[in-house]
Write a protein that binds this ligand. Structure first.
Ligand SMILES: NC(=O)c1ccc[n+]([C@@H]2O[C@H](COP(=O)([O-])OP(=O)(O)OC[C@H]3O[C@@H](n4cnc5c(N)ncnc54)[C@H](OP(=O)(O)O)[C@@H]3O)[C@@H](O)[C@H]2O)c1
Length: 267
């Protein structure tokens, strides 16, 4: 007899490989039924078959290119209509490692479309349902480059800074309505992401690279701890709190009737 408690249903984007496939495994193990979304239906079906064989959960597959407006709209409709979904994991993402002048702007636009637009539209689609139920959770996969714009491509780090900002804003708006949100900021993780980005992971120092299994287990531990921002590699969480404290200390001085004195003296 299984003692596992049924947790509801999670929709995971980018569940065909990498971290998304590990999230699928860990959430199935916790007792979630799953909807797995990504483009590669064959890989999604392989992940789904494995999970059905290992855990007593229902797994459905939704093949969708989330940069395609029609396909994205279909997933939004699913989130608006399936009342069993109580967890959205916005994990699908693309990276870029080249400097702006050396980047293909159409590839950058596709990346922004996936990392920013799809994540925003999917969150927007599920939030009203969560508000009406007074519960639900969204996990957004950001990156440590959100805090390090000097690393990799600026549009990539900017897209992930957006994810952090958007998550903090959603927490501000939704925490008192029973809705949990979390942004996860992985460092370098050994997934196909690096090959697709044109910088195979073996170009990185091995001591900064984590496995996707360790990343997801730590991220879910952070979720269980109630964290809004989870930085799995960061040894001392007080370092993050110090940065947040400094950011919030700026607030009373970010909007005044007159410019700061240093600008008046040179005008
Ligand atoms: N690996 C790292 O070092 C690292 C570090 C920090 C943050 N991240 C972030 O972690 C997340 C997961 O990446 P990963 O490392 O696990 O890489 P990954 O193995 O390449 O996984 C990316 C997932 O996104 C899906 N995807 C890509 N384009 C898509 C599209 N147009 N529509 C729908 N799904 C799409 C892919 O599936 P299909 O190809 O089947 O569509 C795949 O399932 C991303 O948001 C990434 O930015 C990664």
């Amino acid at each position: 007899m299984s003692l596992k408690v049924h947790q509801g249903k999670a929709l995971i984007t980018g569940a065909s490989t990498g971290m998304g496939a590990v999230y699928a495994d860990r959430l199935a193990k916790r007792g979630y039924d799953l909807v797995l979304a990504a483009r590669d239906e064959t890989k999604l079906n392989a992940v789904a078959s494995q999970l059905r064989a290992s855990y007593s959960v229902e797994v459905t597959v939704h093949a969708a290119d989330l940069t395609n407006p029609t396909a994205l709209d279909n997933v939004e409709t699913l989130l608006k209509t399936d009342q069993d979904i109580n967890l959205l994991v916005n994990n699908a993402g693309l990276g870029a490692v080249t400097k702006l002048a050396e980047s293909n702007i159409n590839d950058i636009e596709t990346m922004i479309s996936l990392n920013v637009i799809a994540l925003t539209r999917l969150s927007s689609a599920i939030v009203p349902q969560f508000i009406s139920k007074g519960q639900g959770a969204i996990i957004n996969i950001a990156s440590i480059v959100a805090l390090a714009p000097e690393l990799l491509n600026g549009a990539y780090s900017g897209s992930k800074a957006y994810v952090v900002n958007f998550t903090q804003s959603m927490h501000h708006e939704l925490a008192d309505k029973g809705i949990r949100v979390q942004a996860v900021l992985p460092g370098a993780i050994d997934t196909p992401f690096w090959d697709k980005s044109g910088l195979p992971v073996n170009n990185l120092p091995a001591q900064i690279v984590m496995t996707p299994e360790k990343l997801v287990d730590a991220a879910l531990a952070g979720f269980d701890l109630g964290e809004v921002i989870t930085i799995p590699s960061l040894p001392n969480i007080e370092d993050w709190h110090a940065l947040e404290h400094a950011r919030k200390a700026l607030a009373p001085n970010l909007s005044h009737t007159t410019p700061a004195e240093r600008y008046l003296s040179v005008a």
